[in-house]
Design a protein around this ligand. Sequence first.
Ligand SMILES: *[C@@H]1O[C@H](CO)[C@@H](O)[C@H](O)[C@H]1NC(C)=O
Ligand SMILES: *[C@@H]1O[C@H](CO)[C@@H](O)[C@H](O)[C@H]1NC(C)=O
Ligand SMILES: *[C@@H]1O[C@H](CO)[C@@H](O)[C@H](O)[C@H]1NC(C)=O
Length: 418
Amino acid sequence: MKSHGIWVIFICFLLGATCVVQEELEVAPMEKRELEALYSTIQGFAGNWWNGSDLYPDPCGWTPIQGISCDLFNGFWYVTSLNIGPIHENSISCSQKSEFRPQLFEFKHLQSLSFFNCFVSRDQNPVTIPTGNWEKLSGSLESLEFRSNPGLIGKIPTSFGLLNNLKSLVLLGNGLTGEIPPDIGNLMKLKRLVLAGNSCSGQIPDIFSKLSELLILDLSGNSLSGSLPLSLGSLTSLLKLDVRSNNLEGNLLNGFGNLKNLTLMDLRNNRFQGGLVLSIQEMYSLEELALSNNPIGGSFSVLKWENLQNLVILELSNMGLTGEIPESITELRRLRFLGLRDNHLTGNLNPKLESLPCLNALYLSGNNLTGDLKFSKQFYGKMGSRFGAWDNPNLCYPVGEISTSQVPFGVRPCHQEV
Ligand SMILES: *[C@@H]1O[C@H](CO)[C@@H](O)[C@H](O)[C@H]1NC(C)=O
Ligand SMILES: *[C@@H]1O[C@H](CO)[C@@H](O)[C@H](O)[C@H]1NC(C)=O
Ligand SMILES: *[C@@H]1O[C@H](CO)[C@@H](O)[C@H](O)[C@H]1NC(C)=O
């Protein structure tokens, strides 16, 4: 079936005439149901003052709505993308009473749905995500995003697990609570799962064995507890794993060694324990490893750190690490940030650290390092306040070799015996 517009142009071409009626007739056809679903859905979010048929008589044609995209299917326009919230100046903004209307689920080809800063007040207008009807969007929906909606409360609906074409599920910075529904483990096409910055609780369900395409997993900033599920080890495509700032505990996983493409692993601010696992030394792609603020304990030297040649950021502060700083750290040529604050590290500081070409932050305070600092004065000049070694009572700097302005803060000169 062809659209009216094309038909009119065709006739005009045959007659060789200029057509004044062309523009008028070129309003592309849209099913009434689709058009009314669009008007009603937006009105639910924007408020009753928003009158779509007045303001936007042809929303997929000559009166486009900011944040709405359409596409032609069999000669009719359908809404493919609906973005609600103040992203651009003339975007659809939500009212104080914004609500989900059932018409949201009538779109036949909706691929992308996003809400930004729409449900803003938990006190004045708390809104829960509708639990039913999501299956109606399952044939088309690929991306579902709720970002920065503190007034969006309640649980993550189980029925999200029916959206089997979903590639991206982002529920970032909302007021969601309750457990993560295990049904999400059915979304086999998922590439991005972000539930960060909510108040989800309970254990992380052991649901990752079928999510072999997942690239990004971010569950940070919730109240998740229990240990890491073993099926995380089957996420062989994963690039980014972030579970920082929860109440997670238990041991690190042997399965980490399967995550050969992982570039970022952030487990900070939890209660993990049981020492560093050897599997970490098989994560060859790691660029950022952050495990700080966990009572992990054990020796710093157990790993072959030299395997992790891509490491740029290594943050291991406040972990109860013992022993010396292993020489293998000095082989990490790309290292820029080394954080080892507040551990129980001992021994002398290897002057070879200075030869790391990219290193520009080295934090060692709050350990029990001993002996003379043997870095050159250029090193202190380059590092400035990004070298921290205070609270190491048995560490000292050689007097006379460093200018007074570059004396490392809180470190005593060597000749003064305590
Ligand atoms: C929009 O305005 C038209 C007339 O301008 C009116 O007929 C219609 O009922 C209004 N629609 C809504 C949903 O308020
Ligand atoms: C890891 O990354 C490489 C290079 O980008 C890619 O070819 C490979 O398929 C990835 N491995 C997995 C298991 O996804
Ligand atoms: C620090 O190390 C010294 C000797 O290297 C040892 O005598 C001292 O007990 C250690 N202090 C702490 C707090 O572990």
